[in-house]
Design a protein around this ligand. Sequence first.
Ligand code: ARG
Length: 591
Amino acid sequence: MASVPSLASTVQQRLAEGLSAALPEAGSADPLLRRSDRADFQANGILALAKQLKGNPRELAAKVVDAIPANDVLKEIEVSGPGFLNITITDEAIVRTLAARAADDRLGVPLNEAAGTTVIDYAQPNVAKEMHVGHLRSAVIGAAMVEILEFTGETVVRRHHIGDWGTQFGMLIQYLIEHPHELDHKAGGADAETSGAEAMSNLNRLYKASRALFDSDEEFKTRARARVVDLQAGDEQTLALWQRFVDESKIYFYSVFEKLGMDVRDPDIVGESGYNDMLQETCRILEESGVAVRSEGALCVFFDDIKGPDGNPVPLIVQKSDGGFGYAATDLSAIRDRVQNLKASALLYVVDVRQSLHFKMVFETARRAGWLNDEVKAHQLAFGTVLGKDGKPFKTREGETVRLQDLLDEAIDRATAVVEEKKEKAGLSDEEVVENGRYVGIGAVKYADLSTSAVRDYKFDLDQMVSLNGDTSVYLQYAYARIRSILRKAGDAKPVAHPELELAPAERAMGLHLDQFGATLAEVAEEYAPHKLTAYLYQLSTHLTTFYDQCPVLKADTDEQRENRLFLIDLTARTLHQGMALLGIRTPERL
Ligand code: ARG
């Protein structure tokens, strides 16, 4: 593992040195380096500095340039406009830096020296209920953040905070007691997907039937309510039945996660029920410290800036007046557990933006209680609503939740059709068509989820998602497969870096972009912004397209040039592969 400083950071450092040598009175001023179209980089920092020092910016800029000793990275520094610096890097420095990246398994990406422990709360469906596209989004974005943070050196604890507790279980369990065979499996020995679908349809039927009875039969309602009390009191038979609902639902959840190619592990599923034992104590601490107060029998936390439409304050209710605990008590207890037992330094919640008020209140409460502070931060990575083509929340024509299995199957079908068309040209076997169809279809769904800034709503449009042109996963997958095909065809010619060669403009542009991978990942991890990684990878593929247009690889003029170009595309392929892997998207070798 050898981390490789990016060219931008090397230039930044040279400039900073020049600045302090030429203008010691400026202290450690930031040269404000940017990528630029005119040269490779532009530095704008001298303008502000000149104001501060009351000097002429162009003169100061010239002084700084003179103070930078000759070196093999900077080819040219030119003062331009009112006092910018335009900086051009040597071709040699680009190739040498990329060669150092290529020599490293991590592509030279440094580990974050300030890494800590992040608990990520994601992929949290609800027991006995169908998963919906929102759960899909949380799963996809959360899984990407897990991989990205781990890659930067963070210790990550995954928590799937499933909805496995609450009053509806009284009704469900009571119904199951009265109709004992409702959860039996009929299709013995079926595969994960069939049993998942069967589990969900059983649960659905049971949910609807028990709901109907609950709403129409007063005596059943009474029995169901008594059952909730038994459940909370830890009655053994009741708990065993509750466990059956949880297990049955997990069969279903796992079948969906498996289809998504996501690994969700049992010990990481700690649902609402997992914090039961802490609820009383959480309330006691909050009440004794005065963070929460009794109001009309309920234990509440108030906030100056949170008011309802009538102008009255809207409290966070930690315990209801009947003694019951809700979503807030569980989340506050989970924070205590994650901070005190799991020793988290950051808590990340990948949850629908419509729950933002809840988290705002929960985080503020935890801060007042001292569980969150400057050392331990919480953040909601809030995501927007998935919309149908009509711009309304994604539903079936009948207004029901779209079954995720069906949705993913449709994505796979469409993708398989796209792959099928290229079958001959790519020389794919039938098995490869099936496998690639899965990778392309699932990749398309994930990429669409990841590539818009999370908080924005986005339209679920399968036609667009599997399109070969544009900002789609399959475009990136093709870019990767095309490179792999060229490398196969290269035969004895191997990728070898040749720093002595002059680079074509398209090679430089792609090279400079490749060099930004580590800096991009650091930003993505810091801002919890996976869409910046998709944007980076998409740009890399467009650089590659221009490169192909202008720079023949196998038909290059000289052996050295061919080797150097193979080296450039090989590093591009590895960067694409690594970036896509972090997003949970597979890159087939042939497509
Ligand atoms: N189960 C919830 C839902 O379906 C999401 C849970 C989010 N996480 C949390 N710690 N509250 O909306």
